[in-house]
Write a protein that binds this ligand. Structure first.
Ligand SMILES: [Zn+2]
Length: 137
């Protein structure tokens, strides 16, 4: 019930101007539990435990946040998490492209020792930095 309050945020900010997608970080877990009632079979029989209970878990800072989900909510949450993973990969690619651009910008400035930097960090990003040059205008 406390969750309801959070979902009525007016509209989240969108500083990058990207299309917003329903995606999330975290994981979905499934559990079978003992109820603790005297005489219930779940106390002794593993197969008689109650469930499945689905939960969504996410670590925020040092805290782990968890909430229960219905089975169909769990399926949706799995899809959202998958979308989030994909986005992280896209974001990583975006970073690489930005850093390649940043390398170009650095190289355009006269440096103190341009040979030393090529030896240290020139393993991956070197070729891609030059091959695709997109001019913004
Ligand atoms: Zn029980």
């Amino acid at each position: 019930m406390a969750d309801r309050k959070q979902s009525r945020n007016p509209k989240p900010e969108n500083p990058l101007g990207l299309d917003l997608r329903p995606m999330r970080r975290g994981s979905v877990g499934v559990r079978f539990v003992k109820c603790g009632k005297a005489g219930c079979a779940c106390a002794t029989d593993k197969d008689a435990r109650h469930g499945p209970y689905y939960s969504l878990t996410r670590t925020v800072g040092r805290k782990t946040k968890s909430r229960f989900l219905s089975k169909s909510q769990a399926a949706v949450a799995e899809r959202q998490i998958k979308a989030g993973r994909l986005f992280r990969e896209e974001l990583e690619a975006y970073w690489r492209a930005c850093e390649a651009l940043a390398d170009e910008e650095l190289e355009a400035v006269e440096g103190a020792s341009s040979t030393a930097s090529a030896e240290k960090g020139g393993s991956v990003a070197h070729s891609s930095a030059r091959s695709k040059k997109k001019s913004p205008s």
